[in-house]
Design a protein around this ligand. Structure first.
Ligand SMILES: [Zn+2]
Ligand SMILES: [Zn+2]
Ligand SMILES: [Zn+2]
Length: 302
């Protein structure tokens, strides 16, 4: 299983519009942060692959072009904030209702099954309300994306992997973290993708440990965690809070995402290095680093 960070930025993205700070003006490519999203490749049957998108933010179009995305078999949504959802119309290129004229050749080109969206109940109902045109059989002009909504509260199987929605709090809003677990000859291998959040309950942490199969040789190979900035925030983990919750969750490799323009990649790396010893449980982590756009991580050592 491989995860590519399509975006690692907070809702504003970095650079922030009309900001002249050092990070927004930085020439380091790791300081260019589009809105947070991830693209996951899993091994399917018959040596083929399936592809899962986590969130479809306003930068989805440029991210898909950059990473040459050609296939999306499912979308996992964390929540319905604009920075995670408002690229939804650009899914037309993957599955589309083009026209209500049955002989329109465009219909054939895009005649694929609807893309299944998995998310929690609240986000599903927001999508129905906000994007009601997506659930109409009528389409005019450029058509609209064809999706199916699947509210989920429990672990389910998708192709060869197990997917678990992890309830988290993002201020007053319940969001869905996602745990993806594949079976390998060495035991279960998992990636947890946990943004946007500022609180993860002990029950949710226990759920992660259980579904990772830690007691049966399972490993949480990668933990992706919301780490906004140094200063505390009302709906996101600060860097220190992200380290604190990572200590409880565990993970061989820990990656911060949803980053602001308040710290550069180099500054964030140094800050983590300076503070990780305050959390003794993190001593076994092989790496703790800020993620960056375009970074790919895998459950198999390459
Ligand atoms: Zn966000
Ligand atoms: Zn700035
Ligand atoms: Zn949010």
């Amino acid at each position: 299983m491989k995860l590519t960070f399509l975006g690692t930025g907070t809702s504003h993205g970095v650079p922030v519009i009309a900001c002249d700070c050092a990070v927004c003006k930085s020439s380091d490519s790791k300081d260019k942060r589009t809105r947070s999203s991830a693209y996951i490749q899993i091994d399917s049957k018959d040596n083929s692959h399936k592809y899962i998108l986590i969130d479809v933010g306003p930068d989805f179009r440029t991210q898909a072009l950059r990473e040459n995305i050609r296939q999306i078999d499912a979308v996992l949504l964390t929540h319905s904030h604009a920075d995670h959802l408002h690229g939804i119309d650009d899914l037309r290129n993957f599955s589309c209702i083009m026209s209500n004229k049955p002989d329109n050749p465009q219909n054939k080109k895009y005649d694929r099954p609807p893309i299944p969206f998995y998310t929690n109940e609240g986000t599903a109902s927001d999508i129905k309300h906000r994007f009601n045109y997506l659930f109409s059989e009528k389409a005019f002009g450029g058509g609209h994306a064809k999706i199916s909504l699947n509210p989920v509260a429990k672990t389910f199987t998708f192709d060869t992997i197990k997917i678990t929605p992890v309830p988290m709090m993002h201020g007053p809003l319940e969001t869905a973290g996602w745990l993806l677990t594949e079976n390998t000859p060495e035991g279960p291998r998992s990636i947890a993708y946990l943004t946007d959040c500022n609180y993860i309950s002990d029950e949710s942490i226990e759920l992660i440990h259980k579904e990772c199969g830690l007691e049966n040789g399972g490993r949480l190979v990668h933990l992706v965690i919301d780490g906004l900035r140094i200063k505390e925030h009302s709906t996101h983990f600060s860097f220190l809070q992200a380290l604190e919750v990572s200590e409880k969750i565990g993970g061989d490799h820990i990656w911060f995402t949803h980053l602001t323009h308040n710290s550069s990649h180099i500054q964030t790396t140094a800050y983590i290095e300076e503070h990780r010893a305050e959390f003794p449980g993190l001593a076994t982590a092989l790496s703790i680093l800020p993620a960056y756009d375009g970074l790919s991580i895998s459950t198999v050592a390459e």
